[in-house]
Design a binder for this molecule. Structure first.
Ligand code: ADP
Length: 225
């Protein structure tokens, strides 16, 4: 469970990026985070990754307050969370298998377990036939599938997505959304997007952020700023 309690964020030299934001997300919930550029969506994701800490308020993940100095075990936190970005951020000098396997290798999983989870993730994302290809040989849609596979191996319970369809054409966008639909039953998904069509078609919870505040939070919502 994710809980934001009266969270305020101020970047150095910036205005308030978030101002007294509170919300809760239950396990295995799918939530769209929408709002204009600069609204504070990425800041919410960065707080969960603990790349930044709030000026005031608390961010709690599975009963652990992660925003304060009390939270020492960042490794445990990172192991729970996978993230997908608009610009894929795959490693160009590693093939598909190695890109997806890397985080599990770092965590010290056995080779057989890595292999079985990586192959399963590549089957789920539909790129098992690209396993030994390098990023330069892949299309944008395939690169995003690699990034999604990388974000789900290693028993992660939370998937964050920051404009994951922003660099994809409409057909590829829908293909990628089918993957998110397959994933949603088994993990919490927080999906920041500007894409009105996917938000409106999927009818999940929609949290609207504007000027650092939540202005709307609806179950089965639509993209309405
Ligand atoms: P969104 O993801 O909705 O586009 P962000 O969370 O990236 O919005 O940004 C929220 C606000 O914080 C914006 O006003 C943005 O300019 C500001 N901001 C974001 N990152 C930084 C930073 N590293 N330093 C200063 N200000 C920042």
């Amino acid at each position: 469970m994710i809980i934001f309690q009266n969270v305020t964020v101020k970047y150095p030299y910036g205005n308030l990026a978030l101002n007294d934001v509170s919300f809760e997300i239950a396990d295995n919930e799918f939530v769209y985070l929408v709002g204009p550029s600069g609204a504070g969506k990425t800041t919410i994701l960065r707080l969960l990754l603990r790349e930044i800490t709030p000026a005031s308020g608390q961010v709690t993940l599975d009963n652990e307050e992660i925003s304060s100095k009390k939270f020492h075990d960042l490794t445990t936190l990172r192991q729970k969370i996978g993230i997908v970005f608009q610009d894929f951020r795959v490693l160009n000098d590693k093939n598909v298998y190695e890109n997806v396997a890397l985080s599990m290798r770092i965590k010290g999983y056995a080779a057989s377990e890595i292999k079985s989870q990586v192959v399963e993730a590549l089957e789920l994302t539909g790129i098992e036939d690209k396993i030994f290809m390098f990023p330069s040989q892949l299309s944008a849609g395939e690169l995003q599938r690699v990034a999604i596979a990388r974000a789900i191996v290693g028993e992660r319970s939370i998937l964050l997505a920051d404009e994951p369809t922003g660099n994809l054409d409409p057909k590829t966008t829908w293909d990628v959304m089918k993957i998110f639909k397959k994933l949603e039953k088994k993990r919490t998904i927080l999906f920041a997007t500007h894409n009105t069509d996917i938000v409106n078609s999927m009818q999940r919870r929609v949290i609207v952020v504007k000027n650092g505040a939540i202005v709307k939070d609806q179950r089965k919502g639509k993209y309405e700023l």
